[in-house]
Design a protein around this ligand. Structure first.
Ligand SMILES: Cc1cc2nc3c(=O)[nH]c(=O)nc-3n(C[C@H](O)[C@H](O)[C@H](O)COP(=O)(O)OP(=O)(O)OC[C@H]3O[C@@H](n4cnc5c(N)ncnc54)[C@H](O)[C@@H]3O)c2cc1C
Ligand code: FES
Length: 280
């Protein structure tokens, strides 16, 4: 079933865009932590994207994506009024949200948008929400305003110091944990090295740390095995057992290796796509 794009915004021109899509059935069921798998066209690859927000009354869901390779470049060619060929979801287990006092939600890069929906869920459950967001520089920061609307604190880190504290989100997180021993849970969404670093930062503090894994996915329903990850020494399927897991138990080294497994083919597909676009 095709879904119309009602609103498109380039958050970081040429790099990151936000889509608000008409999808009433998905919006009615979407919970923080859920994702969708979409195809831009009939022969398109399947792209998993987190639901960054959902409005059941308007019947819309919001997705934010980084233009990375061939399929997201193709998605980026769509504009308002165009239709996404198909959209499957909501997929994955919803975030476990329980009253736990203060929750620190850490987001890096595009992961900030995905973390936004989870942070909102914790806020609605009555938890005190501290957001820690990071990017290379101020112009690449996402959702600071949106998070400020409901978070109790928004702490910012940029690599070049152009906004907030200069450094990494993990440095801000460590300082926050040293200052406040009452933090009940940490949630981290972002690049794999960032989530791994967050898990190592929180380990000595013994605070429960939830990460949202972006493993390779195909069917999204537990049949193909593409999304397998090792958690606590056992095999889990990120699409049906996750995508959220205990960060202290994830084998991040294996996850990074699996994500890089198709790099050459992905680069070739992207180069071919760019050449075809240039010739057209
Ligand atoms: C549950 C989940 C939620 C995600 N949410 C978001 C999001 O909200 N915003 C966002 O920008 N990205 C998100 N991603 C990653 C996004 O799916 C990939 O960036 C996208 O599929 C890249 O496709 P491509 O053809 O443009 O790039 P490619 O050149 O094909 O791949 C570039 C890199 O993207 C990753 N990738 C490619 N295909 C897949 C796939 N089918 N499944 C998972 N990773 C893949 C790999 O790491 C790969 O090396 C999510 C992934 C998962 C699994
Ligand atoms: S994506 Fe196929 S089993 Fe998870």
């Amino acid at each position: 079933m095709s879904h119309r794009i009602l609103h498109k915004e380039q958050l970081i021109p040429g790099q990151t865009s936000k889509l608000v899509v008409d999808a009433p059935h998905i919006a009615a069921k979407a919970r923080p932590g859920n994702f969708v798998i979409l195809r831009v066209c009939d022969k398109g690859e399947r792209i998993p994207l987190t639901i960054a927000d959902a409005d059941p009354d308007a019947g819309t869901i919001t997705m934010v994506y980084l233009v990375l390779g061939k399929s997201t470049a193709l998605l980026e060619t769509l504009g308002e009024g165009d239709c996404i060929r198909d959209l499957c979801g909501p997929l994955g287990r919803a975030t476990r949200i329980e009253p736990c006092g203060t929750v620190v939600c850490v987001g890096g890069g595009t992961g900030v948008a995905a973390m936004h929906h989870i942070a909102k869920g914790h806020h609605r459950a009555g938890n005190r929400v501290v957001a820690v967001i990071g990017a290379r520089s101020a112009g690449l920061l996402l959702f600071e305003k949106e998070l400020s609307a409901f978070c109790d604190e928004v702490l910012v880190a940029t690599n070049d110091g152009s906004r907030g504290r200069q450094g990494l989100v993990t440095e801000v997180l460590r300082a926050r944990l040293e200052q406040d021993r009452a933090v009940g849970e940490i949630v981290a969404v972002g690049p794999v090295p960032m989530m791994a670093a967050v898990a190592e930062t929180t380990r000595p503090f013994g605070v429960r740390t939830t990460v949202s894994l972006n493993s390779i996915m195909l069917d999204g329903i537990g049949m193909c095995g593409a999304c397998r990850v090792t958690v606590a020494g056992g095999t889990r399927f990120a699409c049906v057992d996750g995508p959220e897991f205990d960060g202290h138990e994830v084998d991040f080294v294996e996850l990074a290796q699996r994500l890089a497994a198709f790099k050459d083919m992905e680069r070739a597909a992207h180069d071919h796509y760019c050449r075809c676009q240039a010739d057209a």
